[in-house]
Each structure stands twice: as C-alpha cells, then as structure tokens.
Design a protein around this ligand. Sequence first.
Ligand SMILES: *Cc1c(COP(=O)(O)O)cnc(C)c1O
Length: 367
Amino acid sequence: MIDFLDLKAVNQNYAQALKDACARVIDSGWYIGGQEVSSFEREFATYCGSKHCIGVANGLDALILTLRAWKELGKLKDGDEVIVPANTYIASVLAITENNLVPVLVEPDVDTFNISVSGIREAITDRTRVILPVHLYGCLADMPAIVDLAAQYGLLVLEDSAQAHGASLMGRKAGSWGDASGFSFYPGKNLGALGDAGAITTNDDELAKVVRALGNYGSYKKYENFYQGLNSRLDEIQAAMLRVKLQHLDIEISMRQRSAFQYRVGINNELLILPKVDSEAQHVWHLFVIRCEKRDALQRYLSESGVQTLIHYPIPPHKQRAYQGLFESEYPLTEKLHEQVLSLPISGMDDQESVVEVIKQLNKFPG
Ligand SMILES: *Cc1c(COP(=O)(O)O)cnc(C)c1O
C-alpha cells in the first residue's frame, strides 16, 4: 500500500536529533516561554524574511489572534468585512467569524485553486477592511496583485500561510507579503511539529506586541491583564522539535517539487486535469491535487490498486452545518472543485518509486 503520507517515516529521518532536542528541554527545567521558543521565533522570522515571529498554540489561533489584535488596535470593529477564498479550509473562515467580523467569500481561479484577484476587486465594499488570501495547497496566491489592490483601497492583508512554508515569488516568501501572516505547524503540514503549534509573522512592531500579549492572557507584565486575552502559546518542546525540522525544510521542499514535477510530466490521461504553476518556487506542494469528473470512481480505483488518496476538502465552508444560513450567494466553481479534487501521495522524502507506481496506475484509469 502506498500511504498518502507516512508521518512516522518522515519524523524517523530525524529521530536522533528530535530525541536530543527533547532531552535538552527536559533537562532545562523550563517548559513555557524560554530559549527554544525565542530561538525558533528568530530562526523562522529569518527564514520567512519577516521582522517578527510570534509562536502560538496552533494555526487557527494565529489567524484569530491577528484579527483580534487589529480590533484592539482600532483597525477593525465588529461587522467589518474580510474577503477570503470560498474554497479554503474552514479555519480561515472561523478566524473571521470568531472575531464577529463578516466573511465575504470569493471564488478561486480554476487553474491555481487560489483566490481570484478580479473576484476580490468585485467583492470590495465600503465595509471591507481585510483581504485574507490563502496559499492553498502550497502555492502562493497572486500576492503582487493582492498587495497592490490592498494599497489602492487601504485594506489590511492577512496571509493564511498554513500550507505554504517556504513558497516564494519574486524572491519573497510566504509570510513576508502581507501586513501579517498565520502559519500552522500541525504535524502533517510541510513544517510540522509533533503536536499542535502555530505562529504569526509580521514586520509591524506594534502588532507583534499586541498579538504576543493577547496569546498570553492579554498580559504584558505578569499578573497585569491589559486585554481579555487567551492562552495560546507555543510550547518549548514543540519549538525544539520545529528547530530541528526547520533545518531540513528546504531539502524536503525540493523533494516535494521533484515528486510534483514527476507527476506533472508523467501523468497522461485525458480524464485527469493537472495543477498548473507559473513559477516553480511559488509552489511547495503541500498537496498535489488533481481534478477528475469521476473523482469518486478514481479514488476507489486507486484504493483497489493500493494507492491511498485524500480529498481536500469534501465540503466547502459555506455548505457546512456550522455556517447554515450565513451565506446566501452561490459558489458554483467552489462546489464543482469540491466534487472533482483528489490529493495524491506526496511527502518531503524521496518518494520516486511510489510516484512512478502512482503515475502508472493513474495512466491506466479507464474512467
Ligand atoms: C491547517 C490549516 C489551518 C489551521 O491550522 P491548525 O494548526 O490546524 O489550527 C489554517 N488554514 C489552513 C489553510 C490550513 O491548512
């Protein structure tokens, strides 16, 4: 069986270094807010080309806390509109509604799966305050155009970079384009911890301070609470794991890019539509997503041929029970994509043999 992603094998590559880092934390006697966290924050900010990095508990909190900080800073208020792709993972939308802001869904570009820039322009109203592009599947959204549009209308940009650590365009990485960016280090992400973890990157000194305070009970000084904050901190142990894995991220990305290239060159079946990409570095292939009108039959066929695949995502946010009655418009392209997408096995390891096997099975898919 070819697994979709063998996380155990991924982490086994670094087993000794991870165990050593773990031992270092145990022996330090310091488990929250110490050396490992501040070192990782510095290292990841440098990696992204951003001034600040603030570690938090997970990727959802990274997005929630950033929007919340903008509210505390008077840049947003209840009811303001945030433009977000309709075909994203639900976390991007939850961060908006959690803050009593209004998500305005915009359909993607069918070729890249990323939010359509003309769609954003049409969705801007006098209540729009934020554009929240998602670098879906590891491909940077059209950030040059989005940043221009935001400047033209005086809007904030919050990148959802949860799937795009290291993706870059014109030499600028995910996490360095927006006013702020949220990252997830969920174990299955391209840079994954051994548990939940997340971070915010930003060049804005004031935002960085407020986000850090909000994630620490709203406190700048122990036992003095400036905001009604929450507890969302990156643990020392996860920071130590992430420091080990950050050192190997670029190699893992190049492995993913090689597998993606193999798929793009090797898959040749008119029933399948392959992902398009303008510039190679723009895409770090967190997911390799193909489209097929007979998606469910294809998934069954692959499973019977010993290839595990997943669907990202089966139900779009506006169709979720959680958002019943909230979205009145229709999102036909998003709905069509959710019926057609299928994610093939891909990882940061040398997967050449399994990729060849997956390609062989795909090219034999009779429909
Ligand atoms: C994973 C993910 C998140 C949330 O990250 P968690 O760490 O699981 O909270 C947010 N947005 C996108 C696009 C994601 O893929």
